[in-house]
Design a protein. Structure first.
Length: 614
């Protein structure tokens, strides 16, 4: 009881307190009271924002109003304490005994009746901090040894997951791997994918189909409660690993525990253990599950980043050629199913080589980035924009008739003509030549139905050449009759030569430089799968010689920061001395503020941490 009576200044020093209250005046009063005693304060006015704060910060105590309008506080506490069982709770109530029994079942004993005084609030929060500290004291030596053993195994599991081809493969490997260290009836992962959700179950004891359905329901309910987003049954894939169904096995889930998988402050999934006995897991098991969820979040981030690297043009952040082709095929399938029109725009910056030769490639790069921003600003949301290579860009307009596409082109052309590029350094006026091709409404058996998206892209490309021949800085529209006649007069050798040069510019060649073979293999595997030309070496000096021998052939260099003989920063400096257009990205497991600043000072495009946490 002494800790309730003797509250000293600084008694909450270093403690993080989250105030969940929809009355701004109450929040301000509580904040002022607790800050006087050293607490760091976070605020939320409903359950959803409160959950976001809990994901973003290491909170010691939550103060929650049980009578908020938009949040069912008791249900919120039930879910939150399943995820963060060590979290301290102080509740605010108008009637102190209204939820007494339900709160006691959750282990909540510190309650305040409204209105309250600042000293009573501080005493309750300090008491809750003390109680939690007593409850979660240091583990015994045997538990520490077991934790160390589990963590060593988890490192191996994570390394294997990072080598997986897909997120689904990574989840399978992690789910099976965890089963080597946690021997429960079921270990399961529910994860959000690009087009839905996937659940993978590692079944380690004989249980029935009903048991599995019950585990699935628990995971889905917890996921939906924490995210506020529904798991649609039509886009929900379920996989089962390990033992098969056993109708003589258990039907009821006696006990379960779930941990959120949080990547980039966003909940991406749920990791769950389920038992056939009551509360058979220990604090060590729960701690291991949290470590596993953190490692899985690393896998999510790494695979997402590598996918983004593989589908986005690193300079403009637009779709690259491979991703543009993929999205064009998908848009074409959708269009043909609905029988609508389809339009493609190809555009090329005029005299762009002169910009590079006169002002340098850095200014040229900035022009390309500004041009990409103009396109994103003036293209409808349904449009798909990509950099096709060099200074050539493509816009796909699904279900868009020619007349509407012309209006879009006119707006973009007007914006380009009015824009001053690099206005704060070397103000430039840049023009573009634009070609448009459209299908009419597609009907089965028509000539249009025989086309494919590459036909339409080729027609837009030829219309762009017509714009070039017409003096540039204009739009030309493809039509089967007039355009074919005009193109028949064009020197085919000239067009062929121009296209070869564009293909050369479009090739994306990446060099990976790392003395860690596993990192090289992972990057090479992921990038090659997406169609990139990848070369990997373990020596920075060898990498530099290859770049010197093949000037202007490499687009991106991914280099480790710490390597023998020559480190990543030395390589970065040397590479830019040979070819300033190469994009350099530094990878390191030893990032510091100083190293980050030094990398950026010498022209690194980005610095990322191993094991790929972004």
């Amino acid at each position: 009881m002494n800790k309730l009576k003797n509250v000293e200044n600084g008694c909450l020093h270093g403690k993080n307190v989250l105030i969940i209250e929809d009355d701004a005046n109450v929040r301000r009063f509580a904040e002022t009271s607790l800050k006087r005693f050293g607490a760091r304060i976070f605020e939320a006015d409903d359950g959803r924002s409160a959950f976001q704060r809990l994901m973003e910060h290491d909170v010691d105590v939550c103060i929650i109003d049980m009578e908020m309008r938009e949040t069912k506080a008791l249900a919120f506490l039930q879910e939150v304490l399943k995820v963060w069982p060590w979290l301290g709770i102080v509740v605010l109530e108008s009637e102190i005994d209204s939820n007494k029994q339900a709160l006691l079942e959750l282990g909540v004993v510190h309650r305040l009746e409204k209105p309250f005084t600042y000293d009573s609030l501080v005493r309750e929060v300090a008491a809750e901090c003390g109680d939690k500290s007593d409850r979660y004291q240091d583990a015994e030596t045997a538990e520490l040894e077991r934790t160390q053993y589990q963590l060593r195994g988890l490192r191996r599991i994570t390394e294997a997951a990072l080598r997986a081809d897909t997120l689904a493969d990574a989840l399978r490997g992690l789910c099976l791997g965890i089963g080597q260290y946690l021997h429960f009836a079921v270990i399961a992962v529910l994860a959000r994918e690009e087009n839905g959700h996937r659940a993978i179950f590692n079944v380690q004891k004989h249980v029935s189909k009903l048991y599995m359905r019950n585990v699935a329901d628990i995971m889905v309910n917890r996921y939906e409660s924490l995210t506020g987003k529904l798991v649609e049954p039509t886009n929900f894939l379920i996989e089962r690993l390990g033992l098969g169904d056993d109708e003589t096995g258990e039907n009821e889930v006696s006990s379960s525990f779930s941990v959120p998988i949080i990547a980039s402050a966003e909940l991406r999934g749920i990791l769950t253990i389920a038992t056939t006995e009551n509360n058979t897991y220990t604090r060590t098991d729960i701690a291991f599950l949290y470590y596993a969820a953190n490692q899985l979040a690393t896998v999510f981030s790494a695979l997402a980043y590598m996918r983004n690297l593989a589908i986005k043009d690193p300079m403009t952040k637009l779709n690259n050629r491979l991703e543009l082709d993929r999205k064009m095929e998908a848009a074409w399938r959708q269009t043909t199913q609905t029988g609508a029109a389809f339009s493609v725009v190809v555009m090329d910056l005029d005299h762009f080589k002169t910009v590079n030769d006169t002002h340098g490639h850095l200014i040229g790069d900035d022009v390309l980035r500004e041009f990409a921003t103009l396109l994103k600003k003036n293209t409808p949301e349904y449009g798909v924009i990509g950099r096709y290579g060099g200074e050539e860009f493509v816009i796909i307009l699904p279900e868009t008739r020619q007349a509407e596409a012309i209006k879009i082109c006119d707006v973009i052309m007007a914006e380009i003509r009015a824009h001053i590029f690099c206005a704060d350094r070397v103000p430039l006026r840049i023009t573009a030549s634009m070609g448009l091709a459209s299908t009419t409404t597609i009907t089965v058996g028509s000539d249009e139905a025989e086309k494919d998206p590459q036909n339409v892209l080729s027609e837009a490309d030829q219309a762009m050449y017509m714009a070039k021949r017409a003096g540039r800085n204009c739009i030309r529209i493809w039509s089967d009759s007039t355009s074919k006649k005009e193109m028949s007069n064009v020197d085919e050798q000239e067009i062929s030569k121009q296209r070869v040069e564009r293909v050369k510019r479009n090739r994306s060649r990446i060099m990976v430089v790392d003395d860690d073979e596993s990192i090289r293999l992972l990057l090479e595997k992921v990038l090659k799968k997406e169609g990139y030309d990848v070369e990997s070496v373990d020596d920075a000096r060898e990498a530099l010689e290859l770049i010197k021998e093949n000037a202007r052939e490499y687009d991106v260099v991914l280099a480790d920061l710490r390597m023998p003989q020559m480190d990543g920063i030395e390589l970065l400096k040397a590479v830019h001395g040979v070819d300033e257009t190469i994009i350099t990205i530094i990878i390191t497991g030893h990032a510091t503020i100083d190293s980050a600043v030094e990398c950026l000072r010498y022209g690194a495009y980005d610095l990322i941490n191993k094991p790929f946490q972004f």
